[in-house]
Design a protein around this ligand. Structure first.
Ligand SMILES: [Zn+2]
Length: 310
């Protein structure tokens, strides 16, 4: 029987046979405005990448702040963070780019022997929780004392937010994006190369390693090429393939929100790789361009900026 599958294997795991029913995978997470998609990822890897790669990346400090600044007001997934008061009490924060931000102590009922402590964000919720306590006590054949007094309003004080900048999280995202990008432009036989295996290792390993055994990490960096000063258009994400030193090597620059640069060098093992580029952001179709066009853009920008020399 002939399967109705797409030809080829999954670029994220290297072994699952692709099916027509596999959902498109977002090369840059949808929740940060990535609209570029690949059809060369199996359903199982698509799910796992969302859970294991995209979700931790959304908690990254730098990505978090950029999302907060650039997320459209209509976005379905406002960033949320784990926050606490100084004494460790959990606080629910709602943040949107436009503000105002709101902080509410998470409601709780704490019983310690005869002591009962209710935390609530307002009077209505307090009454609701009090009713719950009353019912619980009734089941035990007990009653609330009559002289409870009014609840005590409490200042929240300082709210602390826990964020992280984790080189493993950045590396795994870079590996995912690299495989996604190459799946759009490089022959599928390339996934059999050692380089592809290395990237898949980085993608799925919780403790990714370099070939010689040291821990593999990635961190966002400042612009290192003149091109990077002129072509990113924040808050658009920019992905571009560029020439790299080496016989059969290509560079991939990932520019999150037009400001956070990550560089990957890829050994092509003799396969062709057109130097394509993509811009993508919230609510816009992906713009496809290429390295030469970006160089032109940068050159024009430089001429516009430089004063006349004569
Ligand atoms: Zn797969």
């Amino acid at each position: 029987m002939k399967s109705a599958g797409r030809p080829g294997l999954c670029w994220y795991c290297g072994h699952a046979v692709l099916l027509v029913s596999d959902p498109p995978e977002h090369v840059i997470p949808d929740s940060m405005g990535g609209r570029l998609k690949t059809l060369r990822v199996c359903e199982s890897c698509n799910h796992d990448a969302g859970r294991l790669i995209d979700a931790p990346f959304m908690k990254d400090m730098l990505i978090f702040w950029d999302r907060l600044l650039h997320l459209p007001a209509s976005a379905k997934l406002p960033p949320q963070f784990e926050a606490t008061l100084e004494d460790g009490t959990p606080v629910d924060l709602r943040m949107t780019g436009k503000g105002p931000w709101t902080a509410n102590v998470r409601s709780s009922i704490k019983r310690d022997g005869d002591q009962i402590r209710i935390r609530a964000r307002d009077q209505a919720e307090y009454e609701r929780l009090l009713e719950r306590v009353r019912k619980d006590l009734a089941k035990e054949g007990r009653e609330l004392p009559a002289d409870l007094g009014a609840p005590q309003p409490q200042e929240l004080g300082e709210v602390r937010i826990a964020t992280q900048l984790d080189g493993v999280v950045w590396l795994r995202m870079a590996a995912k994006i690299t495989l996604g990008v190459l799946s759009l432009v490089v022959d599928e036989q390339w996934i059999r190369t050692p380089e592809a295996a290395k990237l898949r290792g980085w993608l799925w390993d919780e403790n990714p390693q370099n070939p010689e055994g040291s821990p593999a990490l990635a961190f966002p960096h400042q612009p290192t090429a003149k091109l990077d000063t002129y072509v990113p258009r924040p808050p658009e994400h920019l992905l571009y393939l560029h020439p790299a030193p080496g016989e059969s090597t290509v560079g991939l620059r990932i520019v999150f929100f037009g400001t956070l640069f990550v560089s990957v060098e890829i050994e092509l093992g003799g396969y062709d790789c057109p130097l394509k580029a993509w811009r993508t952001t919230y609510g816009q179709p992906v713009t496809e361009t290429d390295f030469q066009a970006l160089v032109m853009e940068a050159t024009l920008a430089v001429h516009e900026l430089d004063p006349p020399s004569n």
